[in-house]
Design a protein around this ligand. Structure first.
Ligand code: NAI
Length: 464
């Protein structure tokens, strides 16, 4: 085997988990290859997930503001129009710039990019197929970072166009008049919001009796109220049983009600680990009962020198969780030490207002019998939020009743996704609510609501 096919580490998958792990491994002096079957690097997140959806969320919010919110600021705009093609072009440009950016990061760091489908062959070998060409790589260690794929629903006949997943919903050529979204999770609410702002009549059907399962109840309830006020028709407790294209429309059926007609359907009922044609059997890599690659606390699979991270293993399917795992995994390989603090991983829904959280929810603390104090502060009472004209929501801090240590922070409000970083850092440092309350927060900022919520934990918020 030629020397250029020998590596210290072969990473399969160039999403945020895989590409960051490859960069860190190269930084630590390993000879690294990263195998990716898509032409563009960056994985689902950069190509057809986080980044394009955020580009469309920004653009659609600006369109909505121009038509509905700027008059309040004394800005008169006559004849606001939508150029969807231009909006999509901008989104594509944002994506291309970032995916090319990963390619240049690889070049700079000395990571060898190998295009094709990677498959484990056992004994430290990875076979890469690209068209008719096959190449075999030899690796001391192999890291699987193949991410996840859209989960489908029985009875829902996806044609990956009119009835599609998030990838399709990021590129529709026209605004559907009527859109049905199946699933009131992160994708359903983010992309449902995009199309609702652009003019679609959006109905969201959710199986559970609440939206955003996993998010703190109070935060999810507040968000539900605001989204409904914005015009999203969210129906909970609805079990969708089927969907199909019939002529020029889609028909969605669910238990206990009349079928719904729509121009397009977005299926957003979760994602499943992507282990398709990976050669796991050949290499002796076991999966768990949900098809995720089984790993120990140090990302080791059941096969020696084969590691796995990100959406393909257990845990929240989040880009930043995958990144942290990738870094910890390769640091451990090289230095013997690497760690991810799963208690301080933020979670953000980029709607307007945003919903952001880190740590435990009230329900979790109650279930575990952990005594806690709670401090809340509404954005209505925050000067900067008033100036912005964005006063929906609140900051809530949950701290241990005896030690005052911050256990969870939940924010619904403007720029909640940026505000949660302070809470994540505080929790990483084991801060108390008092620590946050005594830190000087600039005025006038949204972050003052975090300080006030921390003061409220001790019953001494000042501006309410
Ligand atoms: P999700 O798990 O967040 O939500 C899926 C929803 O579909 C759930 O509420 C579930 O109860 C509902 N559902 C399931 N079966 C149903 C049925 N038959 N009828 C009606 N409703 C049904 O999954 P989603 O939104 O598809 O996102 C997938 C993954 O991608 C998540 O793990 C999420 O964390 C990640 N993601 C993260 C983003 C972020 O961090 N901002 C953005 C987009 C995705």
């Amino acid at each position: 085997m030629a020397d250029h096919d020998h590596f210290d580490l072969v990473v399969i998958g160039a999403g945020p988990g895989g590409y960051v792990a490859a960069l860190r491994a190269a930084q630590l002096g390993l000879k690294v290859a990263c195998v990716e079957e898509e032409k563009a690097l960056g994985g689902t997140c950069l190509r057809v997930g986080c980044i394009p959806s955020k580009a469309l969320l920004e653009s659609s919010e600006k369109y909505h503001e121009a038509g509905h919110a700027l008059a309040e600021h004394g800005v008169q705009i006559a004849g606001v129009g939508l150029d969807l093609a231009a909006m999509m072009k901008r989104k594509d440009k944002v994506v291309t710039t970032l995916t090319r950016g990963v390619a240049s990061l690889f070049k700079k760091a000395g990571v060898t990019r190998i295009e094709g489908h990677g498959r484990l062959r056992g004994g430290g070998q990875v076979q890469v197929t690209s068209g008719d060409a096959t190449r075999t790589l030899e690796a001391k260690d192999i890291l699987i970072a193949t991410g996840s794929k859209v989960a489908t629903l029985p009875g829902v006949a996806m044609d990956w166009d009119r009835i599609g997943g998030s990838t399709e919903a990021l590129s529709w050529p026209e605004v559907p008049e009527r859109l049905v979204v199946i699933g009131a999770g992160v994708i359903g609410l983010e992309l449902g919001s995009v199309w609702q702002r652009l003019g679609a009549q959006v109905t969201v059907l959710e199986y559970m009796d609440r939206i955003l399962v996993g998010v703190d109840d109070e935060a999810a309830k507040a968000a539900h109220k605001v989204f409904s006020k914005q015009g999203l028709d969210i129906r909970t407790g609805v079990k969708v049983t089927g969907a199909k294209v019939e002529g020029d429309r889609c028909v969605v059926t669910y238990e206990g009600g009349e079928p719904l007609e729509a121009d397009r359907v977005l299926v957003a009922v979760g994602r499943r680990p992507n282990t398709d044609d990976l050669g796991l059997d050949v290499a002796g890599v076991e999966v768990d009962d949900r098809g995720r690659i089984a790993i120990d606390a140090h990302f080791a699979t059941s096969a020696a020198h084969v590691w796995a991270i990100g959406d393909v293993v257990a845990g929240p399917m989040l880009a930043h969780k995958a990144e942290e795992e990738g870094i910890a995994c390769v640091e451990r390989l090289v230095t013997g030490y690497g760690h991810v603090n799963y208690d301080a991983i933020p979670n953000i829904v980029y709607t307007h207002p945003e919903v952001a959280s880190v740590g435990r929810t009230e329900a979790q603390l109650k279930e575990d019998g952990v005594p806690y104090n709670k401090g809340s502060f509404p954005f209505l009472a925050n000067g900067r939020a008033r100036a912005l004209g964005s006063t929906d929501g609140f900051v809530k801090i949950l701290a241990h009743a005896e030690t005052d240590r911050v256990l969870g922070v939940h924010i619904v409000g403007p720029r909640a996704g940026d505000l949660i970083a302070e809470a994540a850092v505080a929790m990483e440092f084991g801060a108390s609510a008092e620590d946050i309350a005594r830190s000087c927060h600039a005025h006038p900022t949204l972050a003052e609501a975090v300080k006030e919520a921390a003061l409220a934990v001790g019953g001494r918020a000042l501006h309410i």
